[in-house]
Design a protein. Structure first.
Length: 71
């Protein structure tokens, strides 16, 4: 729909414009706001059980839908 595209373009324009007008943040203010690859791997490993639970639940729902004849 055309208003989705116009809304996206307006949001991009406003964001870009404000990013050019406002001063950049101090480096101290950015500490702790970005993740390293090592931190991401550690977070994924810590949540491994949750991910497997979500996969199992998804497969269970798909099996139930097939058993009930849902297309």
């Amino acid at each position: 729909m055309w208003w989705n595209l116009s809304g996206l373009l307006a949001a991009v324009a406003v964001t870009w414009g404000l990013s050019r007008l406002l001063p950049p943040p101090a480096p101290e203010a950015l500490q702790g706001t970005t993740l390293s690859a090592a931190a991401l791997r550690q977070a994924w490993a810590a949540q491994r059980g949750t991910w497997w639970g979500l996969v199992a639940a998804s497969l269970g729902m798909a099996a139930l839908a097939l058993a009930l004849g849902v297309r």
